[in-house]
Design a protein around this ligand. Structure first.
Ligand code: HEM
Length: 138
């Protein structure tokens, strides 16, 4: 993302590590309580998945690059191919993510930019049709 060389990063403007930690923790509480979405996650312990998503988001918004060091290039669409991400899974993912973002007190402009990215990213991750008639894009 763009940032001026001397200005704060989006990561910093959002509040840095504690805010990312809070959003992702809240998101995974939602996943844990959503049996349909939870069934996609292979590990019994959601902790490692939570950490990967947090590191990725921190890096994406200009924070520490630990994700890249540990996992290499994100190639997120490819990494999601083993999981059948249907439009229903996408909508569940987004519902928990919006709730998690709204659980922290972000400036409306930051909230808007963050959610816009997350919605587009979630739509791009869909790789399976799911069951039943599918409505076209809104
Ligand atoms: C659209 C709905 C989505 C579903 C159902 C979904 C589901 C999953 C699942 C099941 C995993 C494997 C758990 C793990 O071991 O890490 C995963 C990994 C991951 N997801 Fe998603 N995901 C979705 C969208 C997204 C979006 C929009 C992003 C980023 C903005 C994202 C970022 C990640 C990251 C960073 C990983 C770990 C990749 C790695 O390093 O292995 N996901 N996701």
């Amino acid at each position: 993302m763009s940032q001026s060389p001397d200005g704060p990063t989006f990561y910093e403007r959002m509040g840095g590590a504690p805010v990312f930690e809070q959003i992702v923790a809240e998101f995974y509480r939602g996943v844990a309580n959503d049996p349909v979405l939870r069934a996609l996650y292979p590990e019994t312990d959601l902790g490692p998945a939570e950490r990967r998503l947090r590191m990725f988001l921190e890096q994406y918004w200009g924070g520490p690059t630990t994700y890249q060091q540990e996992r290499g290039h994100p190639r997120l669409r490819m990494r999601h191919l083993p999981y059948a991400v249907t439009p229903d899974q996408r909508d569940r993912w987004l519902r928990h993510m919006v709730a998690a973002v709204d659980a922290v007190d972000l400036e409306p402009a930051l909230r808007g930019v963050l959610l816009d990215y997350l919605v587009r990213a979630a739509y791009s991750m869909v790789n399976a049709a799911g069951e039943g008639p599918e409505a076209g894009p809104a």
